[in-house]
Design a binder for this molecule. Structure first.
Ligand code: SF4
Ligand code: SF4
Length: 298
């Protein structure tokens, strides 16, 4: 886990403060807002992943409240810690996390898989008193104390790309590692609406109906193929032919549960199949095709 400033993060993401709806006063007040005790406390941790889920979340835009990522962060939750967004780092961050841990009743958001190889030393979460804490240790310690565990993205939900064979760092999903129930917002990355849906349900105290893989049924109950606008248009076997079914080109829509073809991405601009790329099943437990979902850590 590395620490960069909020400004660097927005620049790195190609997302400006204005895009996020953050004016100068918002930027100045963000650190204060993150410390606002009014909302439910959220700890957001990152393990073996690419930070793409955080980037996807920051692209959230909606005509109704919460209207964007800044609205979620500033007005709706008490984000105690996020590796990229928080104003604290190093041992100061570890102290904040310790306070939240001891107080309990927090929402633990996990982005990225959990490396177990090398005694977990492939990924450190933070350092306390000069002693490195592995991400594996952090997850095993925090999950039993959390009121809810929200896994964001394929890696924390199912292992994802970091757990693909040969998986040299022994990455596992949070649920496989801990054996604890998790709310799995699957996708590589998940659609921002899917993440905010789960956050809003937790904010409102609603129970979330989950499928056998821990995914909210409100999002993942139907296969993409069932209502794909290209269904019945005739299958093509070469790329570059617009508006034709991509099944023979490896489209995994027939086995993939998601509603991205209805919501579309980038604020409703387009989606994978609509752009001529077969669905690669990024919301499926088996994504990217060969992982160790059902194997337990040694
Ligand atoms: S493009 Fe994919 S999801 Fe759409 S109809 Fe063809 S196989 Fe199904
Ligand atoms: S179309 Fe398939 S690969 Fe693309 S975002 Fe949706 S589930 Fe993932």
């Amino acid at each position: 886990m590395r620490q960069i400033s909020r400004r660097s993060f927005f620049k790195f993401c190609g997302i400006s403060a204005a895009t996020l709806g953050l004016g100068p006063l918002d930027i100045a007040g963000l650190g204060k807002a993150l410390a606002n005790p009014a909302g439910p406390t959220v700890l957001w941790l990152q393990g073996a992943g690419c930070t793409g889920c955080s980037i996807s979340f920051l692209n959230y835009i909606s005509p109704t409240a919460p209207t964007d990522a800044a609205d979620v962060l500033i007005n709706h939750i008490n984000l105690a810690y996020h590796p990229n967004l928080s104003p604290v780092a190093g041992e100061s961050a570890a102290a904040v996390i310790q306070q939240v841990r001891d107080a309990g009743n927090f929402v633990l958001v996990v982005e990225g898989g959990v490396p177990t190889g090398f005694n977990g030393a492939a990924c450190f979460a933070w350092t306390v008193g000069g002693v490195d804490v592995t991400f594996q240790e952090a997850i095993l310690d925090l999950t039993p104390r959390a009121a809810a565990v929200l896994c964001i993205g394929a890696c924390s939900c199912f292992g994802g790309i970091p757990a693909a064979v040969p998986n040299p760092t022994g990455v596992f999903s949070v649920r496989t590692l801990t054996g604890r129930p998790t709310i799995n917002i699957a996708g590589c990355p998940p659609h921002p609406n899917w993440m905010v849906y789960a956050v809003v349900q937790l904010l409102q105290g609603n129970s979330i109906s989950l499928d056998s893989y821990g995914r909210p049924t409100a999002i993942y109950s139907k296969k993409i193929h069932e209502t794909c606008p290209l269904k019945g248009t005739g299958e093509i076997n070469t790329f570059g032919v617009p508006n034709r079914c991509l099944k023979q080109l490896g489209c995994r829509g027939p086995e993939t549960h998601a509603n991205c073809h209805l919501q579309k991405w980038n604020n409703g601009v387009n989606w994978c199949v609509g752009a001529g790329a077969p669905c690669n099943g990024c919301t499926s437990p088996t994504f990217p095709g060969t992982n160790r979902l059902n194997r337990q850590p040694a």
